[in-house]
Structures are given as C-alpha cells and as structure tokens.
Design a protein around this ligand. Sequence first.
Ligand SMILES: [Zn+2]
Length: 315
Amino acid sequence: METAITCDYKNGVYCVESGYEGGGVASIYLLRDGNEAAIVDTCNNGALEPVKRAFSELGVKDGEVKYIFLTHIHLDHAGGAGLFAREFPEAAIVVHERGERHLTDPSKLIASAESVYGQAVMKRLYGDILPVRADRITMPRDGCEFRLGGRRVVCFDTPGHARHHLAYKDVSSGAVFTGDAYGMSYAELFGPEGRCAILTTSPVQFDPHAMRASMRRIDDIANGEVYPTHFGLLPTGGGVSDSLYRQLDLYVEAAERAEGDLDVIRASLRELFKEEASRQNCSCLASNFGRVTVTALELNAQGLALWYKKSRNKS
Ligand SMILES: [Zn+2]
C-alpha cells in the first residue's frame, strides 16, 4: 500500500491527503516531536483512516497524540473533530472560544450546512458529525503557547475569514498553519509555471478589514511560506502574497460596484480569477476552471454578497 504521508517537509511537519472531494483539496498536517504528536485540522470523518495510517508509518501511537489544533470550525476543517477526539483519547481539542459551542453541540452547524448543500450531499461529505465532550476542549488566548516534545506551538487570533479562526506557529520549524486566513491553493491551481492562490471569503462572517489585518500579522510571523489547509505548503513570494492583497481590494470593489448583487459579483470574481491566474503565471489554468475552484468562487461570491448586505445595514 502506498504511503499515507503526502509530503514530509523534513522539519517534523507532515502533510496528509484527507481524500476530501476526491483529493488535492484539504490537507491535514501532523507534527511530531519525540514521542508526542499533534494534528492540525481534521477535515471530515473519512480523513481519520489516512491519518491513522500516517501515524502508524511514523510509529506514533494513538495515546501519543497530545493536541488536535483546529484553525476554525468550518466542516472541511473540523467536521471530523468528534470522531478524532474519540480515537485519540489523550488529545486536547484546541479551538477558538467562539467555536467551542459548535463542537460540543454541532446541531446548528449541521443545519446551516444542510441548508447550503442539502441533506444528501452533507451526508456524503461529512457523514455523522459527532460532538466533542466539553472537558476535552481547550480555548487558548491569543499568544498562548503549547509544548509538544521540545517544540513550542503558539496560537494567533486571526479573524477575517471567520471570527472563530486561529492560526498556529510551530516555532521550531517556523511553519505557520493558516487554515483559511491566508488564501488557498488547491492542487488544481498548481501549474508547471507556479501556483495560484485565491482568497476564501465564504459565508457567513467574512470581514475584509479583519482579514487584511490577520494577513499582515501572518506576514510578520511567517518566513515567506504558509501552510494553508487547501492544500500543502505555499510559498508566498513570487507574487502570491501581492496577489492575495490585491484580490482583497478588488473583491471589496466588486461587491460595492455590484451593490451586493450575487450574479454580478459572481461574474466579476470569475474575470478576476482569470486575470490573477495570468498575473501569477498560471495562465495554463486561467481558462480551465476545475470543479473545486468553481465551488470556491461560488462560496466567495456568496460571502461577499452577505458581507455587503450586513455592512450596508450597519451604516
Ligand atoms: Zn473556512
């Protein structure tokens, strides 16, 4: 059987393919130091199997998994948290304080995802979402440190994509796990000439000002590369970082110009993606939207339309 470790970054950090949506979409990162290990994001229940295989290849026992760090509670990041918590009995489940109640009682999350995807798709993507017992959950403050073997992992409050978002920095390796706070780059956005990254502004809490501040903060703590959940290590030089900031400006402009009209925003984002793909030297992909990218852009358009509506209601 082939290895479950998609990438060994040679710094105690490993990427595991969750298998979500056919692959190349959601990575799970593993950290290992001595006889202690941690997981960053769980994806869905189906991701447990490759994670267990990866740990077995690394010689890590279930009881040696000390932390499950969740960047946020969107289901493609934390849908499997309840099942993972049962499987790794010693692990503390680390989550933003705003996400805790959805882990202990996922019924609201499930209902809201069912209203977007429909019950059948929800079942296929996530199966049965299990709750996490409250006594397993740790809610760190910004800057809080965790010990993993000889390593320190520091957490950072990074709102913008969602208010319940944390990023984590493994100080030893310098790896910064950014969840959805610093763009995404699916495998279908890797081209021979480079990689494209797109923002993720999905509903219901997108806030462009907070996102910009969080991205700046990540720039300060990362060394020219980030580990987003979607998908694998992303170097932020070579125009990727500039592109993400530019997209943020252009997204906001597009929503304002469209006065929140979803159809108009959707059309603008498609054009914008093509322009950015060509600027980022992913011209081969610019005219060839993959299945996943289309879904991502649709969610981005919905998140922007909702943000516009809320921001107008405020003023
Ligand atoms: Zn998300």
